[in-house]
Every structure is written in C-alpha cells, then in structure tokens.
Write a protein that binds this ligand. Sequence first.
Ligand SMILES: Cc1ncc(COP(=O)(O)O)c(C=O)c1O
Length: 442
Amino acid sequence: MALTRRKLLAGGAAAAGAAVAAGCGGGRTATTATATAQRDARAAEDLSMWAGVRAELPLDPKLRHFAAFLLAPHPRPVQAEIERHRRLLDADPEGYLRAADQRVDVAGAAARYLGGGRDDIALTTSTTMGLAILYRALRLGPGEEILSSVHDHFATDEALRLSGGRVRRVRLYDTRDPARASADEIASRLAQAIGPRTRAVALTWVHSGTGVKLPMDEVAAVVRTAGEHHGAKVLLCVDGVHAFGAEDVRLPGAGIDFFAAGCHKWLMGPRGTGVLWGTPGAWRRAERPLIPSFANASYGAWIEGLVPPPDPPGPAMTPGGFQAYEHRWALPAAFAFQERIGRERAAARLRALAARLKAGLAEVRGVRLVTPRDPGLSAGLVCADIAGVDPGKAVQALAAKRISATVTPYAQRHLRFGCGLAVDEDDVDAAVANVARTARTG
Ligand SMILES: Cc1ncc(COP(=O)(O)O)c(C=O)c1O
C-alpha cells in the first residue's frame, strides 16, 4: 500500500505515529488527563515559600546541593508526568505514540515560555546537540566567518570546529581577573572584533568557566549595529543553558537570533531535553538538518519522492529517530512548574543567593572571587580561588562536610558553586564557613 502524504498526515501508519510523536507535529491541546495530573500536583505543592519549592526536589536532604544545576533533579510534577507517560507508553507503545500529537504540544509549550512561535523551535536532547545542529547548518559564503570568544564551553568550540566554518575568537575580558569584567569593556571588545566578513557571532550567555554573564542587551546592540555598519546582518547565536531558568529569558525582541539550551539544568526539565530556537529570518540562513527529521512535512515529502522542505523550520530541524518520549512529553510540566514558582521571583532568588555567597567569600582571607559581584554580569554560578589550594582539593574538603560543589571543566580551573533553588541561605553560609576553613588550613 502506498502511504501518501495525506495518509501520513492523517496518522495512517506506524511511521506516521512516529513522525507525529516526535513532538514536532501540529497538535495544540493537552488532554484532560494531563490537566488532571497537573492539577493534582498543584494541589499537593506549596510554592509560596522556598522550603516548599525545595520540597518538590527529590534531593538527598543530607547534602548541600551546589552542583544540582549540572544535571537537574526532576521536580515532583515533572517526575509525575514522566512516570505517567512511561506507564502508558509501556502499555501500548505504538498506540500511545500514534496519538501523542493530540495530547501534548512540546514545541508549543516551549514557545509560550520563551516567546515566538512553535515552528521557530527545534526540539533537541541537549545544548550540545542544539549547537551542533546550528553551526553545521549555518550557511557561510567564501571568506565569511563566525566570530566566537575564548570564554565558551567545549560544546560551542567543538561544534564550530566540526562545522568546518571559518572561526575567529575574541577575548571579551581579562581571563586572569574575570571579576573585574565590565559591560563597557565587553561591548567595546566585541564591537572591535566584528569585521566586514563576520556573518555570525557565537557566544555563551553565562560562562560556566568563570560565572561571567554577558550583558546581553549591550551585546545584541553591538551585533546589530556592526551588521548595519558593514551592510550585512550578523546573526547572534547564543548558548543560553546557564541563563535558561536562572534568568527570566524571553526571546523575541532580545536581539538574539539563535538560542540553544538544554532544559535539564537550571530549568529543571526532564534530563535529555533541549531547545534550539531561531527567529524565522535566522532559520532561512540555517536550513540544513544534521539528522533527518521525522516531522510530517519531512517524512511525508520523502514518501512522495520529494526533498523534505525547510519549512516549518523548527520541526524540519528537529532530529528524528525515536526518542525518550516520556522525558520530552514531560517538558511542558517543567515550564508550568517554573511559571507557578514565578520566573522573575526565581531569578531574583538566585541573584540573592549568589550575592550572599559572593559577599561571604569576599570576606574570607585567601579567597579571590572569579565571578563579578555585579548581578548584571553574573547569574547563579559563583566561581572562586583559594590561595594555595587546588580547586579539586577544595571540592573534596567541601564534600567531606556534605557540601556538593564542582571544579570548572576548563583549562583554567576554579572552585564553582551553583546557587539554584536546591540551596538556601543556610547552605550558602555553610559553604562560606567551610571555604574559610579550607583557606585557613590549606
Ligand atoms: C556553557 C555550557 N554549554 C553547554 C554545556 C553542555 O550542556 P548539555 O549537557 O545540555 O549539552 C555545558 C555544561 O554541561 C555548559 O557549561
């Protein structure tokens, strides 16, 4: 039987089920079952106090969790959604998959959270996947280049290298003393570095090696002005993973053209979920999927012997293949959880905890803050050095006191704390006291 595009779109075969279930089809409404589950979770939770928020996280209460941002715990309502989908998927994999599109619109939920349209968003499994898809797809003419920085994570550096594109890097602040970075310095160094051949700027919003947060409004203004000056639009491409859920990120109008982020860090979404967001105009310059999409339009075109179209771009750029769907379908529950906490309220909480930690560490003899004190130049990450103490040894000393922290995974190593909703003031004070002890005793 020939499976026509029309039949595929009508969900006439297992292949159609797979395409639709990839979470990039056209469904819009959550079912009553989803709504009921969310209502039940809401009834049980009390997010009015931070202890109530913390109670929704299944973390070991004996530890102080300054590393929970790295790979987030699943908050209770997210876990409940994963479990619900897993049970139903296990019971009838094909049937549950086939009807998925009518039940949950993951890209639509992401678009409501970030802004823009659902078709602007490709669903990924991580920041790294989003960056790889983006930089591989970006179209550059002969002699054109991408400008990046020396502050980015391995994921950006390596995705750029693998893309084969021409890349130049700029230093936006003194890496020997990031705490002294300033918005003016970052903006002027970037402005000077953008040249007539620059077609994209690839940056990281919050640097996980130093905790420096780029002043995104200023950065976006510089990129826009440079493009106007040189007579060619320059795309601003951002690894936003340490801003997503740590800051109140709202995209259209922010001057960002592409935003890649995993949802499994500060947002506390299901592990193995991510988004790659682009403006409709930006997608026109990055239309080459790395992995075949299972979206209706792509799969249907193939069945008809046609080349899959680039539109709509989000679905066309969403990697196909069967996925850990129970995680992907639970992503709307993570957005809903953040909304119930309050996005600006959560961001303010993180700023307050980070400010308390920085103020405490700044008072400790032998400790040097790496992250700027200015909340305009920092988010939830706080990095520091202890004179004469290797950061790895400092992490071990903290672990002995049940304080979980990390070392920055970069050539320049620092002690790093994540001030997220998994910690409170008492945790922060305990971290400061223990760093002080390590600084005294070496
Ligand atoms: C700045 C930055 N980008 C990307 C990543 C990788 O994120 P993901 O696991 O979502 O690919 C990390 C750390 O894990 C990071 O610090």
